[in-house]
Design a protein around this ligand. Structure first.
Ligand code: 8YV
Length: 317
């Protein structure tokens, strides 16, 4: 009788929902890094056997972790953003990388529209107004109309296009910022983010994270957006100069911001909580059961493909 093939060893920096953990446990030898009291010792102990890392968008896999895993073949990312993964280090060693694109486009686009409405129509404040009993003393202060505005989408890939499709139903003017115009788009193209910020009433940020976009929404862009301008960020906290944003919000040199992403998540700058002109959301763009089930399935299909010697489903590198 032949000995059973040992299950591949997979390092997990963070957990997945149980509906993913159960099948992963049955197919792989999982190493749960987030439970290790001593990360370095844990990695050193298991590194020789670890062939794959199953990470999440916000956890990534940096060069130090990659270098510590001599047998690493694959990094599977639960999320579309791979800016937390050192792709150069992966390419240098021929380590494959996968992510979970497309299955989360609709959710993130829905949230961008929802945050825009929540911000300008002050929906969270309206809920608090009713709950507090303040309504008995008169009506809620007036808010800001959403339809009829100029909305600029910064980043016009699959999610940015999905945001535009949704907003097209809101009788708004749409513009977008991207390196090159999209030949099939009817919307106004801007090659300059500052120029689009000057044009639009609402600036929605859905650019990829990473060094190329770090702080791209800077003080100049925020000044161009102006005191009647609004910012919605569903991309990465790194795409906005957060110090400049906080100053603009505190000085009301922009009207307000709705943010799903921040620097130093989840321990974000406490200055945000003191502001009345913001809607704050906990990096949950893809955070629906349906989408997270689809993401987990895609991660597991990529792992199975890799260890089965088959083409990867959604390769990045
Ligand atoms: C992740 C994200 O899906 O997809 C991404 O890149 O930023 C998130 O929506 C989520 O953080 C996974 O835990």
């Amino acid at each position: 009788m032949t000995a059973p093939t040992p299950s591949p060893h997979v390092l997990m920096p963070g957990t997945y929902p149980e509906w993913d953990m159960a099948p992963l446990r049955s197919q792989y030898t999982l190493h749960r890094l987030w439970e290790a009291p001593d990360r370095q010792a844990f990695i050193a102990e298991h590194a020789p056997n670890i062939r794959a890392v199953a990470t999440r968008g916000e956890l990534g896999a940096n060069a130090e972790l990659i270098a510590a895993l001599p047998a690493l073949e694959l990094i599977a990312c639960y999320g579309v953003g791979t800016d937390g993964i050192d792709l150069a280090a992966c390419r240098a060693r021929g380590i494959r990388v996968t992510n979970t694109p497309d299955v989360l486009n609709g959710d993130v686009a829905d949230l961008a529209v929802g945050l825009t409405l929540a911000l300008q129509r002050r929906i969270p404040a309206g809920d608090a107004f009713v709950r507090s009993g303040a309504w008995a003393n008169g009506g809620m202060p007036l808010t800001t109309r959403v339809f009829g505005q100029r909305i600029g989408i910064s980043g016009f890939g699959r999610i940015g296009s999905a945001i535009a499709r949704r907003l097209s139903g809101f009788d708004v003017e749409l513009g977008y910022f991207s390196r090159t115009p999209k030949a099939d788009s009817p919307h106004l193209h801007f090659a300059s983010l500052t120029a689009m910020a000057d044009w639009c009433d609402v600036l929605i940020v859905i650019l990829p994270g990473g060094e190329a976009t770090r702080g791209i929404v800077n003080a100049e862009v925020l000044q161009a957006l102006g005191p009647a301008g609004w910012l919605v960020n569903v991309s990465r906290g790194t795409t906005v100069d957060e110090g400049a944003l906080l100053q603009a919000l505190e000085e009301k040199s922009i009207a307000g911001a709705a943010l799903d992403v921040f620097l130093n998540e989840p321990r974000i700058d406490p200055r945000f909580a003191a502001l009345d002109n913001v809607v704050l959301h906990p990096h949950h763009g893809s955070g629906t059961e349906q989408t997270r089930r689809a993401m987990g399935e895609l991660v597991r299909r990529n792992l199975q493909a890799h260890f089965g010697g088959l083409p990867l489903i959604t390769p990045v590198a």
